[in-house]
Write a protein that binds this ligand. Structure first.
Ligand code: NAI
Length: 264
């Protein structure tokens, strides 16, 4: 339980859509909104994972929850999703563009295909979400909130994360520009910037394609850089709800992310 009663019923009557809700931070965020009384749309390209999150969201308190199997980097699929959600569930009050993939490797180890893949998901996925659901919010005229999951990597250069860091720096800037644009319409925009969080992204996808020796080396470097990788996704979810309630702009989460943000 992450919303810890602090925000009990705070989101009652609201519709919250979370992308990448099948695992990790997105799943914890969906549960936290569910505990706070929201109706939840759990979007993930992994249909089974999305369905599990929706089912558990109902169990922990969401009056309703739905699963949508969509790849956020697919512009047409996202357009269909936005139309379907508006027609069937209503206008989204809180959009959490959380879906993202990890990619590590030096600049010269990063192929054009790697760049395309990470930018398609981490940046274009956020752009599609903001355009489509942000438009619905502005047309309704009753405010709302958009949370984009960036990363401490957005303001902390690392030679191990050129493509990932670039994608997240872009998400951070996009969020700040959109925040300025939507401020007059009662729509808040937040960039959440976690450091290393204990999810699948740092144990599997993040190290995809590297051998065991290299993985060990990278883990040691990450541990030196970021400290112990035991920060629970539930605490990031708490920070997301807090950011929406208090309309925060840029939120570094985890101690090392806060440190890196102060230095940036
Ligand atoms: P995760 O790998 O545990 O979960 C990500 C979820 O997103 C998975 O269910 C996956 O199926 C889904 N997903 C991936 N690509 C997708 C796509 N194209 N369309 C729809 N769904 C997609 O990862 P985690 O750690 O929960 O990451 C969530 C977000 O947090 C990402 O944007 C990540 O970059 C960011 N982040 C994570 C940190 C960490 O240390 N875990 C640190 C900073 C930021």
């Amino acid at each position: 339980t992450s919303a810890n009663g602090k925000y009990a019923d705070r989101f009652a009557g609201q519709l919250v859509l979370v992308t990448g809700a099948g695992n990790g931070i997105g799943r914890a965020t969906a549960f936290a909104f569910a505990e706070a009384g929201a109706r939840v749309v759990a979007v993930d390209r992994d249909a089974e994972a999305a369905a599990r999150t929706a089912e558990l969201s109902r169990l922990v308190g969401a009056p309703a929850a739905w699963a949508e199997a969509v790849d956020v980097s697919d512009a047409q699929a996202m357009e269909r999703l936005a139309a379907r959600v508006a027609a069937e569930y209503g206008v989204v009050d809180v959009l959490v563009n959380n879906a993202g993939i990890g990619l590590s490797g030096s600049f010269f180890d990063t192929t054009p295909e790697d760049w395309k893949q990470v930018l398609d998901v981490n940046l274009w996925g956020v752009i599609h979400g903001c355009r489509l659901f942000g438009r619905q919010m502005t047309e309704r005229g009753q405010g709302g909130h958009i949370v984009n999951t960036a990363s401490a990597a957005a303001f902390q250069p690392s030679r191990a994360l050129p493509a990932y860091g670039t994608s997240k720096a872009a998400v951070l800037m996009l969020s700040e520009c959109l925040r300025a644009e939507l401020a007059g319409q009662g729509i808040g925009v937040t960039a959440i910037c976690p450091g290393l969080v204990n999810t699948g992204i740092t144990s599997t996808a993040h190290f995809a394609g590297v051998d065991a020796e290299e993985e060990k080396r990278r883990r040691q470097r990450a541990a030196r850089l970021y400290g112990r990788r035991n920060y629970p996704p539930e605490k990031v979810a708490d920070a997301v709800l807090e950011a929406v309630v208090h309309n925060r702009a840029v939120v570094p989460v985890t101690p090392e992310a806060r440190g890196a943000h102060l230095m940036s």
